[in-house]
Design a protein. Sequence first.
Length: 159
Amino acid sequence: MKSTLSNLSKDVKLLTSTFLIVLTIGFLSGTKFLFYSDTTTPIGIEEHYNGNEFSDDQEVMKFKKSEKEILNIVHSHILSMSLIFLVIGYFLTKTDISNPLKNFLIVEPFVSIVLTFGGIYMLWLEISWFTYVIMISGILLHVCYFLAVFLIFKELYKK
């Protein structure tokens, strides 16, 4: 018999579900922070990391982050999100969803992690067009997360 999430004991399903709920609360709090810090537009992203102190028409003055601050953001996010998607990817390997979709949901988040946070560093180096790479890869990262969690829950509780 193939080892799938639907074949797990009730205890392990409860553990997995509880973990995914708490993880998703954490993920959503990070997503809310993006909106709170006004980093959902190309201009907002660039100002968040590179500042706006040379602009005369800003509501809130922001200063360019130091290299130490950028490296801390990039380092901590790449490490933590890699672990998050390692666990999500492992759970996906235990589902019956189609292999092309499963493989995409397993690999794509790691590509987006590198593009998003590598893009933040490149933006900090004043390569402005990376704001679009950051936005697209960040959106893909979120879509993959929520789709993967949905499919994992669907598999956990299918009859």
